[in-house]
Design a protein around this ligand. Structure first.
Ligand SMILES: [Cu+2]
Length: 466
């Protein structure tokens, strides 16, 4: 494990916060579960439950699961709300707010019927609270600042306690200064596994989860613009953007579940290549079997969860992405005119005499952007990038790949490398000249033969000169 166990040491960026370690009462802290913090954005292996009821754990994409302490039959967790530095992809680090060293926070996994106690320490420069989205719980544990509890002031620790009453896929996020705190990356995943066999919840071989979140971070800067309403420029899976998102690596014919939550400000039609899936659950619970239908894209609206399931029965490297094409790009300016078809030849030399760095883009489409050696500001990702085995994938944002392999071992989540296509199963170039198109034969329409159409054009009259 790469996790760091430290009681009082503040993680990296926390120095920026106005909270000092001494403001945390060490006597009270001694009674709390230790703080476990993660210092890498890599996908961590599933956390096999060391105690309590057994279950098949999830794997959080570019994330991890929070360990707990079992005390008198209660699962105790400790979340710390704090400033974090999140690498969104190699070459770009964002200054976000999150939990226990990362954004999103760690995934919490429990079993239906578990009594759960969650300590929440606030190391942010402002107050916060945590809402347990989708849970059945006593009203006073719902975490709505001002409505069901006072907010948690900087330096303070609150405790939430409830029984995880229904199995399913949930999330947690602040319900205090939400616009700021969610735009800064504060959110996390929660999975309640069923107690024993559940008629509507299938056992699966692989169970993945991630949150959709979006940021507006100007090229060359590191802190999100928190007032942005709609025009975000980094669309991410768990605060990672392609090519920084890990691949889903599965074994041929594995039954796979992927749980997706959306805490951005718009909907995301999530699309999987290669196989069909069914939506088997939402944050409202498992979907009755008779109400499921096949899909290859499912729209995840704001504040929703969707749980999809399929059998990975086709080998290969299958794209998995949001179908909004601007959401598979990294930070860019959208206010540029379309230049397709505009001939810039000759103009460049003249402009370069005045503006040496000026570049023309888009006269053949935008694909050149992936190859362009345009100088980027520091801490800025190319708009479209990611190398595949056959060149640039020309993607960014909400894009990754599901790798289905015959040789992948059960329980092995490591990256098997690129797919080797069997001979004769890959699109290829054909040799030879392309012939001129042949006109499709025109058949007579019921009204008459082609050429029979008569059009009468009447010119306007009454004008001078006519
Ligand atoms: Cu999207």
């Amino acid at each position: 494990m790469t996790s760091r166990r430290d009681f009082f040491k503040l993680t990296g960026a926390v120095a920026a916060a106005s909270v000092s370690a001494t403001s945390i009462n060490s006597v009270a802290m001694a009674a709390l579960p230790e703080i476990v913090s993660m210092d890498t954005p890599d996908t961590q292996p599933p956390l096999t439950p060391p105690n309590g009821r057994p279950y098949n754990p999830v794997v959080t994409l570019n994330g991890w699961t929070l360990p707990w302490r079992m005390r008198d039959g209660v699962k105790e967790f400790h979340l710390v709300a704090e400033p974090v530095v999140r690498e969104m992809a190699p070459g770009m680090k964002a200054h976000l707010w999150g939990y226990n060293g990362q954004s999103p926070g760690p995934t919490i996994e429990v079993v239906e019927g578990d009594r759960v106690r969650i300590f929440v320490t606030n190391r942010l420069p402002e107050h916060t609270s945590i809402h347990w989205h989708g849970q059945r719980l006593p009203n006073g544990m719902d975490g709505v600042g001002g409505l069901t509890q006072p907010t948690i002031k900087p330096g303070k620790t609150y405790v939430y306690e409830f029984v995880a009453r229904r199995p399913g896929t949930f999330m947690y996020h602040p319900h205090a200064d939400e616009m700021t705190q969610m735009a800064m990356g504060m959110m996390g995943f929660w999975v309640t596994h069923p107690k024993g066999r559940h008629p509507l919840i299938n056992p699966v071989d692989r169970d993945f989860c991630f949150l959709l979140n979006a940021y507006d971070i100007d090229p060359g800067s590191a802190t999100p613009q928190i007032n942005t309403m709609l025009d975000f420029n980094l669309f991410s899976f768990n605060s990672r953007v392609f090519p920084g998102i890990d691949t889903f690596n599965v074994r041929l014919n594995d039954r796979v579940r992927i749980r997706i939550g959306n805490l951005t400000m718009t909907n995301h039609p999530i699309h999987l290549h290669g196989v069909e899936f069914e939506v088997t659950g939402t944050d409202g619970g498992p979907v009755p079997k008779a109400a499921r239908w096949p899909e290859v894209t499912t729209d995840v609206a704001v504040g929703q969860m969707r749980q999809i399931e399929f059998v990975a029965s086709e080998e290969g490297d299958w794209a998995f992405h949001c179908h909004k094409s601007h959401h598979t790009m990294n930070a860019m300016g959208h206010a540029v005119p379309t230049m397709i078809g505009v001939d810039h030849s000759g103009i460049m030399g003249k402009i370069n005499k005045l503006v040496p760095d000026y570049m023309v883009m888009g006269e053949r489409g935008m694909a050149d952007m992936a190859e362009m050696e345009m100088p980027l500001p520091d801490n800025t990702l190319p708009m479209m990038s990611g190398q595949g085995p056959f060149g640039s994938v020309e993607m960014g944002g909400m894009f990754t790949v599901m790798k289905v392999r015959r040789e992948q071992k059960r329980g092995d989540y490591s990256d098997p490398g690129w797919y080797k296509h069997p001979p004769g199963t890959q699109a290829r170039e054909v040799a030879g000249e392309v012939a001129e198109p042949v006109r499709a034969p025109q058949s007579a329409s019921p009204q008459g033969k082609p050429g029979d159409i008569e059009v009468t054009v009447r010119k306007p009259t009454g004008h001078a000169g006519h």
